[in-house]
Design a protein around this ligand. Sequence first.
Ligand SMILES: Cc1cc2nc3c(=O)[nH]c(=O)nc-3n(C[C@H](O)[C@H](O)[C@H](O)COP(=O)(O)OP(=O)(O)OC[C@H]3O[C@@H](n4cnc5c(N)ncnc54)[C@H](O)[C@@H]3O)c2cc1C
Length: 594
Amino acid sequence: MLIFKPPIEDTKYLIDEFLDTSELSNIGVFKNMTPDLTDAIFEEAGKISESLLFPLNRSGDEHGCTLDSGNVTTADGFKEAYQEITQAGWGNLTCHEQYGGQGLPHYIANAVDEMMVSGNMSFSIYFGLTIGAYNVIERFASDDIKEQYLPNMVSGKWSGTMCLTEPHCGTDLGLIRSKASPQDDGSYNINGSKIFISAGEHDLTENILHLVLARTPDAPKGIKGISLFLVPKINVSKNGELGKHNNVTCSGIEHKMGIKASSTCAMEFDNSNGVLVGELNKGMKAMFIMMNSARIHVGIQGLAVAHTSYCAAVDYAKQRLQGRALTGAKNPGKPADSLIVHPDVRRMLMTMKAYTEGARALSTWLSFKLDVSHHSPDLIKKQQADQLVSLLTPVFKSFLTDMGETVTSLGMQIYGGHGYIRENGMEQYLRDVRICQIYEGTNGIQALDLVGRKLPAHMGKSLRYFFHPLSTFLEQHADDEQLSVYINPLSKSFFRLQSATLFIAQRSLSNPDEAGAAASDYLKLFGFVAMGYMWAQMAEKSIYHKANMSDEFYDAKLKTGLFYMQRLLPQTGSLLSSIMSGCGNTMSLAETQF
Ligand SMILES: Cc1cc2nc3c(=O)[nH]c(=O)nc-3n(C[C@H](O)[C@H](O)[C@H](O)COP(=O)(O)OP(=O)(O)OC[C@H]3O[C@@H](n4cnc5c(N)ncnc54)[C@H](O)[C@@H]3O)c2cc1C
């Protein structure tokens, strides 16, 4: 049986000791975020994740969703779990109180999100899409539309989707063909086919609100002619009552490698009535808001599934008896020692632990920056945090999802052949997490976004909002002997990141392929440094600011942090070499030579 424990202790540590929330702690809801309250939230979220969601994870994978006459039935137990979770308010933590939400900070909600996804990634997708759609409507729709739709989304009665992809276009949304024809009453008739729509159809809610990208008849070509429409599955009257079916149908569900209990639908819109959200032809601007929050959510998916795999791998490595320790039997009374005595198994477990805890710290830190960007009373700090979050979103999404794949693959490896066998469950984590590198903009596209848009944005200032605090931290601790084993490797890697940044900025001026070929390695280098910054801060706190955790906990942080600095962070050296080799080696073959 697979062992799973939500990361309650580490989460409490990160929120109560690692994170400095003083910047906002006297403001609104932040005033109430005492350790007593937040610890209670995490304990409760952990219970739901462990005892309600995790038991449905395996059966959801086995049975998936079924489609019958356009209706999708979710896996057994999903409907009841959905009711229980929405009634307890877990689906609307960050939504405004005005619409029935709880208005909690992101640094709390995202930690809860991690626990929910760890328990059952497929299940959590139904909530993730609704929150993404809520964010767009709340930010861009008229007050009337908000009043009409948001309360039922927040209560969980209705859910949301994001309908971008069409059969001929995924990354290049400028190719979208779905049409929106204006009607006399100011609404639009939507026609078109969308594919791969997560939660496009299911039986968890009584209505589904689709956010659909489409173009009006006179719209400019390409990305500048795309608008965003809210198209309900069932029409809704002004006072929120359900009317007739809106000719939105699910024509198929995909048979996928993983997240089998999440319905991924082909959707047909046939003269379906929709309302414009935001300005005409500015649909992509609105969609980016949704995509940014969704990208952070996807990064958290990478972390969450990595954690689930880690829990099982640790348990297995302690239970399974194979071979003897190289230094002599550790368990002479038994026929063999447990796997955990072997250095190579330790290497895998330490890698899993270092990446997962580093990613959790990064998630906590970035989520708080998101809160600052929304709530800081200091407009300059608010703007700086906004630019920092925007810069780091592609790094977070890609680095944590690549890490998710690495960690779940190691988890499977620790199980040996048994990891490859379906009924043992470890391969599900690898299958589930693999999509995270593809959807919400592939990781390659995130890298191009980082290099092509985020670095040059605001005349390169965004970068300073990351580089400056990091170099200040390094300078402050430059002479600290106890911390030197963390500070020195991080300084070295930071220098590599700065060198790579300069190299790309200079080279891409004369040849844009230089930036394109370097982008993925650069993003990885950035991710390693960002995670290194988190580990160095955790080390500093574990030496000088011990508070509520056991000595064993701080000792483990220091040792895991050291593993990260000495065994994982040095990869920045080879990444820099790859980047500096330029684009010639990548681009020199003629197409016919492939
Ligand atoms: C399970 C699942 C759920 C999904 N959920 C949703 C959803 O809810 N809503 C929705 O709208 N979509 C959804 N998608 C679609 C998903 O977002 C797209 O599959 C993804 O954006 C990639 O698009 P594509 O598949 O068309 O690949 P393509 O765009 O054809 O890309 C193929 C490859 O080429 C690379 N590439 C493409 N263009 C460039 C470029 N300019 N430069 C460099 N490399 C490039 C890509 O990185 C990728 O590796 C989902 C997909 C899946 C599989």
